[in-house]
Design a protein around this ligand. Structure first.
Ligand code: FAD
Length: 404
């Protein structure tokens, strides 16, 4: 395309939609509209923990995430009121799992992803607030960290608006508009909007929105929640920690608080058959609060008596565990199913979509994320089979894409 007269319409004002709009605006695309059915960040993005690491498991995932890590640092310089939490990310494993991890080191080296093995003693010496049980090891990624959604999303939305992007809230999209077999805009509750390019960044809602036009996107949603401790002074010094052996993860938060997150492994998927589904409908139960307390055992000095904030939302997973990023048969761009790492992927997803729209191709080969990689049988089988998150982890080819 490479044409600044192109009109782009993005559905969804989460992290992915806003990053796409921002990168397009920086590339001098003059006519960009973001249409959000609720408010900016009302979906998963405003509920995310925002932990970021480059230590993924697939060649495309590692290459794309490396772009994101650069992107977050650029946002620190570019977005007013936003700073990337540059504390590094420590990924914890049972010691016997280390061999499997080591096989990924050549891939990490190829993409400049930092990886430093640390023993329990070394971890406790580096971050004295952390206390670990024996039999674990850490893989540190000094370039990882976290991005506070409550800061990044408003900062991105303001930056988009300052660059001329029309960010329309309370405007649900009800379907796509087609001309000659190609998408040429959307229908909304407020009337049609014409566009040359449509980008669908509607996360768990994508399947329901797109299936009326014959697109079957094999994705499932699973509940996920995060908690915030009361502020503490002094703040415990710690990196972002993906603590799989403890069933969750944590990171530093504002005013010395600690954010703790956990998945809900034995609970079934979240059905998103109704386009009016809202993540506020999801509840947190006491079992999950108990798991969150268990994760906090890593920080013996931090009290878990009351949570100052609790947020629940849904993660989105494809049939093989990898994201869905590319073009559908009618030309609609789609970016969804970023497993538990969609916030971390968002700067790169936005950049690649912006490159694709303006130059005709993304700078990283994302064929492995193509929406048409799933055959009909796989798609139908995946969508009709109901499963818990644990069952999904053994179903997907990648195998247990946990918190990354
Ligand atoms: C508790 C929790 C913790 C998480 N922690 C992390 C983490 O540490 N690191 C990480 O990388 N990821 C994390 N995630 C995952 C991450 O939040 C998501 O992968 C990411 O936010 C997805 O971004 P998105 O923009 O694709 O989706 P969303 O933020 O859900 O945005 C989609 C938007 O589309 C809108 N929409 C839907 N349908 C329509 C329609 N018909 N018309 C108009 N608008 C519509 C929705 O209202 C929504 O605002 C976490 C998620 C949860 C729930």
């Amino acid at each position: 395309m490479g044409d600044d007269a192109v009109k782009v319409l993005i559905i969804g004002a989460g992290a992915v939609g806003l990053c796409t709009a921002y990168r397009l605006a920086q590339r001098q695309v003059a006519d960009i509209t973001v249409v959000e059915r609720d408010q900016v960040g009302a979906g998963a993005s405003g509920r995310a923990a925002g932990i970021i690491t480059g230590q993924l498991w697939s060649p495309t995932g590692v290459a794309v995430r490396a772009l994101s890590i650069t992107g977050f640092r650029q946002f620190s310089d570019e977005l007013h009121g936003y700073r990337f939490g540059d504390v590094g990310c420590l990924n914890l494993f049972e010691t016997e799992a280390v061999e499997k991890r080591r096989r990924l080191y050549p891939l990490y080296d190829q993409h400049g992803v930092h990886h430093e093995e640390l023993s329990v003693t070394q971890i406790e010496r580096r971050w004295p607030a952390v206390h670990l049980r024996p039999g674990l090891m850490g893989l540190f990624d000094k370039d990882g960290g976290y991005s506070e959604p409550d800061r990044m999303l408003p900062a991105l939305a303001s930056a988009c608006r300052a660059l001329g992007v029309d960010v329309r809230e309370s405007c649900p999209v009800t379907g796509l508009r087609h001309r000659g077999g190609d998408t040429r805009g959307v229908e909304t509750e407020g009337g049609p909007i014409e566009a040359d390019v449509v980008v669908c960044t509607t996360h768990v809602w994508s399947r329901t929105l797109l299936q009326q036009h014959g697109h079957q996107v094999p994705i499932k949603a699973f509940r996920h929640q995060r908690f915030l401790t009361a502020p503490s002074d002094p703040a415990p010094e710690l990196p972002a920690i993906n603590a799989h052996p403890y069933g969750g993860y944590m990171r530093p938060a504002e005013k010395g608080a600690v954010l703790v997150g956990v998945e809900t492994p034995e609970v079934g998927e979240v059905g998103v058959d109704d386009p009016a589904f809202h993540m506020d409908e999801l509840n947190i139960d006491d079992t999950v609060r108990g798991t969150a307390r268990q994760v906090l055992e890593l920080l013996p000095g931090v009290s878990d008596e009351t949570w100052a904030d609790e947020r629940v939302g849904a993660l989105c997973f494809s049939a093989d565990g990898e994201p869905v990023l590319g073009r559908l048969a009618d030309g609609t761009f789609i970016a969804t199913a970023f497993h538990s790492g969609g916030f971390a992927y968002s700067p790169a997803a936005g950049q690649l979509l912006a490159e694709w729209i303006t130059t005709g191709a993304p700078s990283v080969d994302v064929t492995a994320f193509a929406p048409d990689r799933f055959d009909r049988l796989t798609t139908v089988e995946f969508l009709t089979r109901s499963m818990t998150h644990t069952q999904y982890n053994s179903y997907s080819a990648i195998g247990a894409p946990r918190k990354f």
